[in-house]
Design a protein around this ligand. Sequence first.
Ligand SMILES: *[C@@H]1O[C@H](CO)[C@@H](O)[C@H](O)[C@H]1NC(C)=O
Ligand SMILES: *[C@@H]1O[C@H](CO)[C@@H](O)[C@H](O)[C@H]1NC(C)=O
Ligand SMILES: *[C@@H]1O[C@H](CO)[C@@H](O)[C@H](O)[C@H]1NC(C)=O
Ligand SMILES: *[C@@H]1O[C@H](CO)[C@@H](O)[C@H](O)[C@H]1NC(C)=O
Ligand SMILES: *[C@@H]1O[C@H](CO)[C@@H](O)[C@H](O)[C@H]1NC(C)=O
Length: 608
Amino acid sequence: MENRSYVSLFQILLLMLLSSRNYSSQLDVECLKSIKQTLKDPGGILTNYWKFDNTTDGFICHFTGVECWNPGENKVLNLHLANMGLEGEFPSGLENCTSITGVDLSNNNLTGPLPADISKKIPFVTNLDLSFNIFTGEIPIGISNCSFLNVINLQHNHLSGSIPWQMTILGRLTSLNVAENQLSGPIPQFNFSMTAFSFAGNPGLCGAPLAACQGLAKKDKTSVIIGCVVAGISVTLLIVGVVIYFCLRKVTVKKKKKVLLDNMWAKHLKGVRGTKVSGFEKSISKMKLSSLMEATNDFNVESIIGTGRTGTMYRAILPDGSTFAVKRLQDSQHSETQFIAEMNTLGAVRHSNLVPLLGFCIAKKERLLVYKHMPNGNLYDSLHPTDAEVRHVLDWPLRLKISIGAAKGLAWLHHSCNPRILHRNISSKCILLDHDFEPKISDFGLARLMNPVDTHLSTFVNGEFGDLGYVAPEYGRTLTATPKGDVYSYGVVLLELVTGERPTNVSIAPDSFKGSLVDWISYLSNSSLLQDAIDKSLIGKGYDNELLQVLKVACSCVLSVPKERPTMFEVYQLLRAIGEKYHFTTDDDLPMLLPSTDGDLDELIVAQ
Ligand SMILES: *[C@@H]1O[C@H](CO)[C@@H](O)[C@H](O)[C@H]1NC(C)=O
Ligand SMILES: *[C@@H]1O[C@H](CO)[C@@H](O)[C@H](O)[C@H]1NC(C)=O
Ligand SMILES: *[C@@H]1O[C@H](CO)[C@@H](O)[C@H](O)[C@H]1NC(C)=O
Ligand SMILES: *[C@@H]1O[C@H](CO)[C@@H](O)[C@H](O)[C@H]1NC(C)=O
Ligand SMILES: *[C@@H]1O[C@H](CO)[C@@H](O)[C@H](O)[C@H]1NC(C)=O
């Protein structure tokens, strides 16, 4: 009876949650239907695999090339239709995919002009790849109104006219490639570093990074001669550049194919093995790159202990038996100076619930980060062991301890750390467990390193929003990271702890259910079955009240309206109160700089 009354309380709470979520968007279905109808598809992929006869929520998310915000919701995040031999014009039906952030139509046979009102078609797009098609006409000025654009690739089309100077107002743009078109006129001066490769193969383009425009030069003999020599040299450089470009390109393509399964990159570091590792602790400061290479068997695949969006983690065992974790950072776009500055900031961040950064090493293009090693792996693997290796199944007091510690670490990053840090990538995979199963948050501060230079600090780039199932729903509209976005992701981790389910595939749900864990919880509460959500192995052991209380906190964290979610500090206090009788917390409690309102906090973080 007692449990029953708790349950009805949650139902009210969750009803609120449910009613403010929008399940299906017919518009996105119209969008894909229109694309299928207007494009010729000789490969038959759209014809055969885009079937509109079954209209279960989220059915379009299974289509080839379609990536949704959420597997149970007809809301397209990215469209990857490269290499399909598609023919036709720029699909205007895209305007009905109202939340799309990535459009890849590269390597097709698309023709005709780009739409003048392109910013009305794809207003939120961050990545636009139309390369290797047959688009004609000018680059529309209206593209400068697609203000979220980070990357534009128009390489190898038949575009003519000049590059609109208005494109320089695209404040988030970090990469523009217009090589191999018929563009002419001066190249506008963009904010980011431009390479000649991105403009090569357009006979009429001039100005940095290509040769200077000749318009006003005096036509006396010397300048003509100089001009010829300069032009000759630049043509030679250009040809060499293009050749190098294509060689490099081949290498990248190859690398992508082999994913991370080889350590060729490490073999290329042989010549710089003597590079010193910069250490924040004595144990590290005498190390060289060679020690890291020996300790990981030249970054052998066998040493990999995890891969994520920020990079690959290796286990490094030194001759004396001491163990570290070494992260090879993925594509950091910062200069060496900026990278070192970031490292020095992160190296100074110390808290008992954060994985300490011990040192770092810059070797050629590689950025290697040395962390303390956490012997019990990550929370995700402990909660969802694969059948082959049934590990320590976490009992409830242990899960509660983990939830409190992780909340504390995150609250500290949000409220006490200087500068305050948004994690942006919280998931059960970045909560690591030490020998005592004390949780330590890893990967904090790295999302920023993935950002190109000069981007607004709290915005996302390249459609990188975090792991599927953990992304706060408002990110689709705002594209801006906030503390409340971290709270949402943390709420999903709490749901994982209470239900034992994965954030995307809910194993106890019937096969027809295609939603995320959050959707599942909403669905159960709506059917008065919320108690069914709780992990069966935990029920009836005297913890039922605590389980429901934590479930309540989790539900408040994943409310769809960010303002209604608690702050991380409040979450920590709530969980600590629930776990008080266990005396988990050691008294290193931090002086939290208490935020008066959310608004203040957001500003502080944005302004860091
Ligand atoms: C484009 O069309 C031409 C024939 O019109 C064909 O030869 C070529 O393979 C097509 N390209 C792609 C990428 O399908
Ligand atoms: C977008 O959807 C609306 C409503 O279904 C439809 O009337 C319109 O034609 C669609 N736009 C395009 C370009 O297909
Ligand atoms: C871009 O947006 C501005 C302001 O909203 C508007 O005045 C202008 O017409 C738009 N330009 C194009 C080409 O769509
Ligand atoms: C260039 O970058 C700076 C710093 O990131 C930014 O404040 C400025 O708005 C950018 N300029 C333009 C024209 O976008
Ligand atoms: C639609 O698809 C779902 C799952 O993909 C399936 O369970 C259901 O039976 C299908 N409905 C129809 C009418 O085919």
